[in-house]
Design a protein around this ligand. Sequence first.
Ligand SMILES: C[C@H](O)[C@H](O)[C@H]1CNC2=NC(N)=NC(=O)C2=N1
Length: 99
Amino acid sequence: MADLLDDAAVTGRLKELPNWTRDGNEIRRRVKAPSFMAGIELVGEVARAAEEADHHPDIDIRWRTLTFALSTHSAGGLTGRDFDLAARIDAIAERHGAD
Ligand SMILES: C[C@H](O)[C@H](O)[C@H]1CNC2=NC(N)=NC(=O)C2=N1
């Protein structure tokens, strides 16, 4: 099982991911896609990355605004797996021309 990160480690990893904010046991990012369908395609790609990593974000879809939240449920908080997937989500969002 992945190790829980302490507050200092979480703060350190968040510095590399300026689009993400911490809310308790999770980190969250909002992404605005160029259109609804672009957002759905982006979510599909995130879903494939999540399956590959065997780590799954909570996803909220509102027209072209997507919110991704990450936490490691089995560990009860934030681990390196959340930050690794967050970086992959950033790369996917950028490739899809999202803000
Ligand atoms: C068996 C499998 O590894 C676990 O159920 C995984 C699947 N995806 C997961 N995703 C997230 N976000 N947290 C988990 O603890 C988790 N556990």
